[in-house]
Design a protein around this ligand. Structure first.
Ligand code: UTP
Length: 402
């Protein structure tokens, strides 16, 4: 471990080691050995600075999908009935913007009754299960911070009607946080400041948890990965699965047409000829406003964190280093005088890899357009845009009584 810390110039982090008792030493060693230190390479190679040249990418539009729906449905239902598709719920985030204490999926979106985010997702998946007549294995990624609470919540609510034996939980890795000069920080003499390492490591974490054997023994060939905070999320959607398989693409991404040129959403496009997602803050004014001859925006299709990946391809790319994103954050820490500090302003970085960067590791990706008001109601903020209020409105629009 000391060698790895030296390699990253972080030996200072064990300066209190000699003051710890045996249990404290063991705990620190365990924390460090379970941590993803490779993200610190982000300090040298910032993801945002290493982009190639972008080109627009169209989508299989809602109308095109409708005209071939029967074919796609047959293909998709067939894959589901043959157990070839698994669902992966990314629930390891901290939901800091929402300021919720506990796993985000435990948020009650109901008003006159209880209706939890996790419950909405499971109910959506259950519709597919009923339609195809077979269970879809559900893998739930948590983090060290919310794993126990998440499992307890599912158990307490009897998996919201799902077959508990079809649900497997796995824990993602943590990454160290650093100050602005790139030095790791301590929370306490024997505890390093850390946060979940982003949603990009989900497949490696599944493999580390021994779930590759589970996928293989079931014959799962495709994984549908999705976010916890979209209450309208359509999971293991047979039409999407069928369209992706029919297209011959290695992966698929659900997209929505942008509401306006300045919408803050990542756009599926081509980067150096390969599929990729360009973040809204990476787009130039020209890219944002460029239009096709028919009038629609050239960079028009925003991703909604609902992707379909081939397990075979995931195995091939899982050891490739992913771009590391650094986010400025308020990180509580212990100063040199041993005092606990809770900063009012961001004082350091948290490091994350992102699932959207996996798209650029694919040779091809089907851009599959869906109706925004039917499938996209994310809850990111306490109020305003993408909030509990806006999600409730969309749930009502879709006939869900709250
Ligand atoms: P977000 O990027 O919205 O992050 O996650 P978040 O942690 O939920 O919220 P903020 O940014 O702190 O407010 C998108 C999806 O990725 C998952 C989240 O649970 C959500 O489903 N995620 C995010 C992880 O599983 N692990 C992570 O480390 C980060």
């Amino acid at each position: 471990m000391l060698n790895t810390l030296r390699q990253y110039g972080q030996e200072h982090i064990i300066s209190y080691y000699h003051t710890l008792d045996t249990a404290g030493k063991a705990k620190l060693e365990q924390q460090l050995s379970g941590m993803d230190l490779s993200v610190l390479e982000g300090l040298e190679h910032r993801a945002e600075e290493e982009r190639g040249s972008f080109m627009p990418l169209g989508a299989l539009t809602i109308d095109e999908i409708r005209s071939r729906e029967k074919l796609f449905m047959v293909q998709g239902l067939n894959a589901l009935q043959n157990g070839k598709v698994g669902a992966v719920l990314l629930a390891g985030g901290q939901g800091t913007r929402l300021g919720l204490d506990g796993p985000k999926g435990t948020l009650n979106v109901g008003i006159t009754r209880e209706l939890y985010l996790f419950e909405c997702l499971v109910q959506n998946l259950l519709q597919v299960v009923r339609r195809c007549g077979s269970w879809v294995p559900l893998y739930v990624m948590t983090s060290e911070k919310n794993n126990a609470d998440t499992i307890a919540f599912f158990q307490e609510h009897k998996y919201f009607g799902y077959d508990g034996s079809q649900v497997r939980f796995f824990v993602q890795e943590m990454a160290p946080c650093t100050d602005f000069s790139g030095k790791m920080m301590l929370e306490a003499p024997g505890t390093v400041c850390s946060s979940p390492n982003g949603n990009g490591g989900w497949f490696s974490s599944m493999v580390r948890a021994g779930l590759l054997e589970d996928l293989k023994s079931r014959g799962v060939e495709w994984l549908n990965v999705f976010a916890v905070d979209n209450v309208l999320q359509q999971i293991a959607d047979p039409c999407f699965i069928g369209a992706t398989i029919t297209s011959g693409c290695e992966s698929g991404a659900k997209v929505v047409a942008k509401a306006d040129p300045d919408e803050r959403v990542g756009v599926l496009c081509l980067e150096d000829g390969k599929p990729s997602i360009v973040e809204y803050y990476e787009m130039t004014e020209e890219m944002r406003t460029l239009r096709e001859p028919g009038g629609r925006l050239s960079y028009n299709y925003g991703v909604i964190l609902n992707y379909l990946f081939r397990v075979e391809k995931l195995e091939k790319i899982m050891h490739q280093q992913m771009p590391v994103h650094m986010v400025k954050k308020k990180i509580p820490y212990m100063n040199e005088a041993g005092e606990q500090i809770k900063p009012d302003e961001p004082n350091g970085y948290k490091f994350e890899t992102l699932v959207l960067d996996m798209i650029h590791m694919q040779d091809s990706c089907l851009s599959y357009e869906v109706k925004r008001n039917r499938e996209f109601a994310p809850i990111k903020n306490a109020t305003g845009v993408d909030s509990l209020e806006s999600a409730r409105e969309l749930l009502r629009f879709n006939g869900v009584s709250l």
